[in-house]
Design a protein around this ligand. Structure first.
Ligand code: HEM
Length: 404
């Protein structure tokens, strides 16, 4: 029996949020959580309204939720000309010819990372492959040394924990800040070097770009680098693992994708809708706001529940069914500002990395599918997802026919 007014902070909710979404949308669409004095919106129309009305719902909450570990203001905190100019620099690092070159690098990285597992016929798609690959892909874009991947990943873990924790003990808060400071210290000499000798990478672009005739400060550059690292790594590896899980669990759809790789984009889009890696997007209500199912007061923290919005029957037919052939999603627009799902957000701060994420996941999945013959869950492995803010498989142990 599902509790009609579950606490989103309960263990029951954390174990499987998806079973609570319909009761929330139907009976408590503006859910108040007193322990953290915050509101949770679950209807597609309400979430879209909050994300696209950036004047009524600001990102002020990020000053405390993100800035301390980003070591400065991130893109999502900016608006107006500053946001447009800085976002453009980041977009250039992830699109066009640069994207094309990165896809080649992703392919080479993926081949190298998967090689030791192919002959064994077993791989944890999350920990053996997806996580290190997403870190390497992002380091490449930034122009950081891939040998630094494990250290950067460990520091980023602290940054991510800080941003995504609903509550933090003082000890964990200190731990996260220490990790963020270590990451900042690692980046400081890199930034100084790129200012002296710029190369063809995103850090150099950030160092040499001018805003209002003035170069960005080290603090601004550091924050944007950490912004990109934190934003790019985690959702990409979660989406790849979730794609394989859903295809394995729906063998007839797996067979269709194997026969027609053109369907991969639709499968990735449906994976993003069905199980978005980013489950919560926070905003601050500038003034009191009235929704069909309740009100939020001025100054309130509002969490947009992306997982619940993406399964709203008002937006998608049979929303709890994974269906790569659904006609109400549209694979091509799913990675653009016209996306019907809300997994990349919406409006001013919609994800700048959507095209890159699509290219990265598409490339890697297209490489893996023919290699992983008869891919299945490893016998005895227990599937478990974790996370309220970002959510994905803790691990995904897969068996397949060993490649000789
Ligand atoms: C499947 C992969 C990804 C998902 C699901 C995803 C999801 C999101 C979401 C939900 C937002 C909106 C946050 C908000 O409104 O506050 C966002 C913003 C952002 N994403 Fe992604 N992301 C992905 C991959 C990437 C990649 C590969 C990059 C690399 C650049 C990236 C960089 C960013 C940045 C910089 C922002 C802030 C944009 C702004 O505020 O203008 N993301 N992403």
């Amino acid at each position: 029996m599902v509790d009609p007014r579950p606490s989103v902070l309960s263990e029951d909710f954390a174990a499987d949020p998806y079973r609570h979404f319909a009761p929330l949308r139907e009976r408590d669409p503006v859910h108040y959580e007193p322990a953290i004095d915050s509101y949770f919106l679950s209807r597609h129309a309400d979430v879209k309204r909050v994300l696209t009305d950036h004047e009524a719902f600001t990102t002020r909450t990020l000053q405390v939720r993100a800035e301390p570990v980003m070591r400065g203001p991130v893109l999502a905190q900016m608006t107006g000309a500053e946001h447009t100019a800085k976002r453009k620099i980041v977009v250039r690092g992830f699109t066009g010819q640069v994207l094309h070159d990165h896809v080649r690098a992703v392919r080479a990285n993926a081949a190298e990372l998967m090689a030791p597992f192919l002959a064994r016929g077993r791989m944890d798609l999350v920990n053996d492959f997806g996580k290190p690959l997403a870190v390497r892909a992002t380091l490449d874009v930034l122009g950081l040394d891939r040998e630094d991947g494990p250290r950067v990943a460990a520091w980023l873990g602290g940054v991510a924990e800080f941003i995504t924790a609903i509550t933090l003990t003082p000890e964990r808060r200190r731990h996260c800040l220490d990790r963020a400071e270590a990451l900042e210290a690692y980046l400081r000499p890199v930034i100084a070097e790129r200012r002296r000798r710029p190369g063809a990478d995103l850090i150099s672009d950030l160092c040499t770009a001018e805003f209002d005739g003035v170069a960005m400060s080290d603090r601004d550059v550091t924050a944007l680098i950490i912004n990109v690292l934190a934003a790019a790594v985690e959702p990409a590896d979660k989406t790849l693992a979730l794609l394989f899980k859903h295809l394995i669990d729906h063998p007839e759809q797996m067979a269709r994708v194997r026969r027609d790789p053109e369907l991969l984009s639709a499968a990735i889009a449906e994976t993003l809708r069905y199980t978005p890696p980013v489950h919560l997007i926070p905003r601050t209500a500038q003034e009191g706001a009235v929704f069909a199912g309740g009100t939020v007061p001025a100054g309130a923290t509002v969490f947009c529940m992306i997982g619940a919005a993406n399964r709203d029957p008002a937006a998608f037919a049979a929303p709890d069914v994974f269906d790569i052939h659904r006609t109400d999603l549209g694979a091509a627009r799913s990675f653009t500002a016209a996306a019907q799902h809300l997994s990349f957000g919406a409006g001013l701060h919609q994800c700048v990395g959507a095209a890159f994420a699509r290219a990265e996941i598409d490339t890697v999945a297209a490489m893996l599918l023919p290699l992983l013959d008869e891919v299945r869950h490893s016998p005895g492995s227990r599937y478990r997802e974790a996370g309220l803010y970002t959510r994905g498989p803790v691990s995904l142990s897969l068996d397949f026919t060993p490649v000789r």
